[in-house]
Design a protein around this ligand. Structure first.
Ligand code: NI
Length: 197
């Protein structure tokens, strides 16, 4: 397993409509494992394959509280098959560090996907998990949470991103050096709010 580099906005790889996984094989499972490690390292509550530069429809999500038992879920070729209600939730994205904004989403969704064994399952989700699923499935279609903002809010978000990006890049460089020196890194807890995805 390996911690992969997270692709940062406005990289074109975040704008790709990703390709469905044809067969859930060992290569796919290796990518899933690396994505899980990368998500926990960031730390974030969700990560989609294009965020590590992979053009495939895979996302991993763990919305559990930091000290609570893991609720890791793997979604391969996920599809939203039902939506209900609406809510406003403050979202952040590991590819757009330092930017948080309220986004309107469905309150409940049912998602159909394959698990890491290639078996199909349906999952009903609400609140944070539902928000996270919508955010991640958007990523698989090249859509970012910024795209859901009003023009004014999007402009504010861009300004915030311009301010925070140099700080983020410096922090990432320091972590890369420490990792290269063999240091055992704890997740970069002060880098982003824990709900970035
Ligand atoms: Ni994201």
């Amino acid at each position: 397993m390996a911690v992969l580099d997270i692709v940062l906005y406005p990289d074109d790889r975040l704008r790709v409509k990703c390709t469905p996984v044809q067969a859930v094989n060992d290569d796919i499972r290796a990518l899933v494992d690396d994505m899980v490690e990368t998500m926990y390292d960031a730390p974030g509550v969700g990560l989609a394959a294009p965020q590590v530069g992979a053009d495939v429809r895979i996302t991993v999500i763990d919305c559990s509280e930091p000290e609570a038992p893991s609720q890791l879920r793997v979604f391969i070729n996920p599809e939203i098959v039902h939506r209900e209600g609406s809510l406003i939730w403050e979202e952040g994205c590991l590819s757009i560090p330092g930017v948080f904004s309220n986004v309107k989403r469905s309150r409940r969704v049912t998602v159909r996907a394959l698990d890491r064994n290639g078996d199909s399952f349906d999952l009903e989700a609400e609140e944070l998990l539902a928000v996270c699923l919508q955010h991640e499935i958007d990523h698989l279609d090249g859509v970012l949470f910024l795209d859901h903002l009003s023009r004014l809010k999007a402009r504010m978000a861009h300004k915030a991103y311009k301010r925070s990006l140099p700080i983020h890049l410096t922090r990432m460089e320091e972590r890369a050096k420490k990792r290269a020196a063999g240091a055992d890194l704890t997740p970069d807890s002060d880098a982003d709010a824990p709900e970035a995805q």
